[in-house]
Write a protein that binds this ligand. Sequence first.
Ligand SMILES: Nc1ncnc2c1ncn2[C@@H]1O[C@H](COP(=O)(O)OP(=O)(O)O)[C@@H](O)[C@H]1O
Ligand SMILES: [Mg+2]
Length: 356
Amino acid sequence: MVSFGSHVDFSVPHIKIRNLNKYYDGQNQQIHALKNINLDIPQAKIFGIIGKSGAGKSSLIRTLNGLETISEGSIHIHQQNLSALNHAELIQIRQKIGMIFQHFNLMSAKTVWENVALPLKIANVDKAEIETRVNEVLALVGLENKAQNYPSQLSGGQKQRVGIARALVHRPEILLCDEATSALDPESTSVVLALLKKINRELGITIVLITHEMQVIREICDQVVVIEHGEIVESGQVWSVFSRPEQKITQELLNLEQLDLPFQIDAELQEDSTHSILKLRYETDPKHSPDLTQIFQIFEKSVHLYQSHIDNIQNHLIGHLIIATAQTDLDIRSLREKLKHQIAQIEVIGYARPTH
Ligand SMILES: Nc1ncnc2c1ncn2[C@@H]1O[C@H](COP(=O)(O)OP(=O)(O)O)[C@@H](O)[C@H]1O
Ligand SMILES: [Mg+2]
């Protein structure tokens, strides 16, 4: 298989976004959809952008291939300023940027083969070359045997694989994915994510992926930014953002807020409170999981475990424990000091009266 991502220079970001603003004319007022976005998207990595519905994700990704104009700021792709390109140059750079969509956007009256061939036909590529390229990408996504089928005869996952084949037919250097797995069941989602990872690793294509699902970020992204109300509020390596989510929105997206405890927690100490409820977070490499006996011995009173969650992200083990201990006057600073080699973070999240 040929490598699509030619002339790799890892020292410069593949995509550089500076002071990007995007306004839409709304019905009554202007909508400020993207607010002063600054981003360096590295070459040949999988870069995730996560946020809730309406956060500005689609607006952002669509500016990268000129599907959406920008109001202020600049976007450089391989040091080429998108806004400074003439029409012919824009067409050329767009061929280096493939895109896939949530609802696949396939033409129902055309076969799989014809759908994939279409961008090349439009670009007046000669027949023999079209033949070679279409067969090449259909083999890559594992759909050679569906070439003569129509989209209606395919599963959702297969349709998205056709979408991926079509997006790769110009041998792009960048692949943009707008909620590419949001319409798929978990099994097809895994297949499509594995395929995206293979495309990234084997062909060196830079992938920019937007989603509202943390699971997607967790599975394949190297880096992530969190976007809320058109602004980037958090960014970093996926494992680091996952282990130390600073913003409430990130915690929500991670579902950390969803405590499902069998008793009521009060934020303040009540007269009848008997227990402190603590959240412990640790972070280690998978070979050095903490010794829980040591941790629980530090407490003077009994300790009950109510929730635990362990993630393994890019070879970092990230654990969260919710415990109750029968003491309401904890010296939290001394606990932190005693556990500092095992537990990265300890906080009292409230008080309760569990009935053990
Ligand atoms: N073409 C448009 N015209 C006017 N407003 C738009 C348009 N596209 C998006 N918006 C608004 O911009 C904001 C961001 O939308 P969008 O980028 O689609 O978010 P997301 O993809 O994160 O759901 C929303 O408030 C949305 O209503
Ligand atoms: Mg969207």
